[in-house]
Ligand binder design. Structure first.
Ligand code: MN
Length: 500
């Protein structure tokens, strides 16, 4: 999804010339050890590249400027091994355009009680050097991630890997092209929004093609290409009897394959990593793309239904953020409720387009009527979602700014068979409860569409929002409605002042 060899995070260590050349040599050696060790961490999504230590305003500015201009650099991990007077950092930070993680660590884990002397004290000053540096970043109003702890600690390394995944996702946003086939579903509000602002704030480029442009590509797909893909379907899924060779709906499966090949080709040729469509605008297409959309999502593409370009982008961004994990991220919709007093649940689903990466089983491949849109019956994958902690994330346009929302949920087993429900589905327990979560979500103006992920944490969405300088509200085990609503009111002031 992203190539670990083409993206890198620079490891930049601050010091100064107060302690002599021998001390600086040790700082450099230690920094390289830490950088190499982090780069080799199993879950690290990109390389961590050691950079020569910086000890003067000129060196700091040169490194920050180089980072800003290097396409492969997606962020900086900074560490103050010794004290590094922070006025030296002003010029460099002023020209830095990449995200920063401040690693507040020191080379030794323990104080060497019996041997400690002033040489040791001069060399290991992160405890106060990191505060000097942090003060300047706060004074300059630079949002950054601060991670505290020893660099060999598993929790610290996991946080760094999570942050690196977010940096990769932020880099993806700067290059992300979303194509919309047709416009928004008529009259729908939350799926629409300001595409110009989205490009200014997030870098996402969103543009529309008439669905006829896609139909042209689909019509050029050859029969032998369709044959080959239908064989792959039979390998990957349990085909319903009417879809197998000779079955009464075999033609529908072939049409679904034709759509998938054409759609994939269109996206590849245009450099698009996310797309939308709408059942209201399918001129020239035989069926709404269900199977094609599900399989493209499983391959890492973002998707939003009914013209929802914000969630198409968000699904793609969360897939990049969660790379190297289970792959379980999907477009989602809060569909219907189970108001059982013993445990209220929400059933998430969509008309067709749920990603099989979140499935707990080998999906069935079936064809059923859609009921809306007036097209032929579409083929789709049907499955139950896996179980475990997950998030629902949403991005909305409030008119004067964007807002991220995140709700922690627990995906639970679906207690009974649903033989008449012909769509993929997942059942979750929303935190802290369905009643509080749904009220908070509605008060915050959250969409009915979300990006659902087993891989991405709410902390990672928080980091992404901070990189973008955009508001993010959280609904989790600690949410209490009175303070939540007060936070929304305070956000109106804070983000109103910032003009974001
Ligand atoms: Mn929908």
């Amino acid at each position: 999804m992203i190539n670990k060899n083409t993206k890198e995070i620079w490891f930049v260590t601050g010091s100064q010339h107060l302690y002599g050349e021998e001390a600086l040599r040790k700082v450099a050696v230690n920094a390289e050890v830490v950088a190499d060790s982090l780069s080799g961490e199993a879950g690290m999504p990109v390389q961590i590249i050691y950079k020569p230590i910086v000890t003067t305003p000129e060196e700091i500015r040169a490194t920050c400027s180089a980072a800003s201009n290097d396409e492969s650099c997606i962020g900086l991990i900074t560490w103050m091994h010794t004290f590094s007077p922070a006025k030296m950092w002003i010029s460099g930070l002023n020209c830095l355009t990449k995200p920063v993680c401040h690693l507040h660590t020191q080379f030794n884990r323990d104080i060497p009680w019996g041997e400690i002397d002033m040489d040791f004290m001069n060399l290991n000053q992160s405890a106060h050097g990191g505060r000097e540096y942090g003060h300047m970043m706060t004074r300059m109003r630079i949002q950054r991630k601060v991670i505290v702890g020893h660099w060999e600690d598993a929790g610290v390394r996991r946080q760094l890997a999570d942050w690196a995944g977010v940096a990769a996702a932020w880099d993806e946003m700067q290059h992300l092209k979303v194509v919309r086939f047709g416009d928004n579903m008529r009259y729908v509000s939350v799926t629409d929004g300001d595409k110009v602002e989205a490009e200014r704030v997030f870098g996402i480029s969103v543009n529309t093609h008439g669905v006829g442009d896609l139909v042209e590509v689909i019509q050029k797909v050859t029969e032998s290409e369709v044959d080959a893909l239908c064989r792959a379907y039979a390998d990957d899924y349990s085909l319903s009897p009417d879809l197998v060779v000779g079955g009464s709906q075999r033609g529908s499966l072939r049409e679904a394959a034709r759509i998938e090949i054409g759609l994939r080709r269109f996206l590849e040729e245009g450099g698009y990593a996310a797309f939308t469509n709408t059942f209201e605008d399918l001129h020239g297409m035989a069926q709404l793309p269900g199977l094609a959309t599900q399989r493209l999502m499983a391959d890492g593409y973002g998707f939003g239904a009914e013209g929802d370009w914000k969630h198409a982008a968000l699904v793609r961004v969360l897939k990049v953020m969660g790379q190297g994990k289970s792959g379980g991220t999907s477009f989602m919709e809060d569909y219907t409720y189970h108001f059982d007093p013993a445990g209220a649940r929400c059933l998430g689903s969509h008309m067709l387009e749920i990603c099989p990466s979140i499935s707990c089983e080998k999906p069935g491949c079936e064809v059923h009527p859609l009921g809306i849109g007036g097209k032929a019956d579409p083929v789709r994958l049907v499955f139950n979602g896996a179980q475990g902690p997950a998030i629902n994330a949403s991005l909305v346009d409030l008119g004067n700014r964007f807002r991220f929302l995140v709700n922690n949920v627990e995906s639970v087993a679906i207690p009974e068979e649903m033989p008449n429900l012909p769509v993929a589905r997942v059942l979750w327990d929303a935190k802290p409860s369905l009643a509080v979560a749904a009220e908070a979500w509605i008060q915050a103006g959250g969409a009915h569409h979300t990006a659902f992920s087993f891989d991405v944490s709410s902390e990672q969405v928080e980091m992404l929002a901070e990189m973008a300088g955009v508001e993010c509200v959280f609904i989790d085990q600690g949410t209490e409605l009175r303070s939540f609503k007060q936070d929304l009111r305070l956000g109106e002031i804070y983000y109103g002042i910032r003009g974001l």
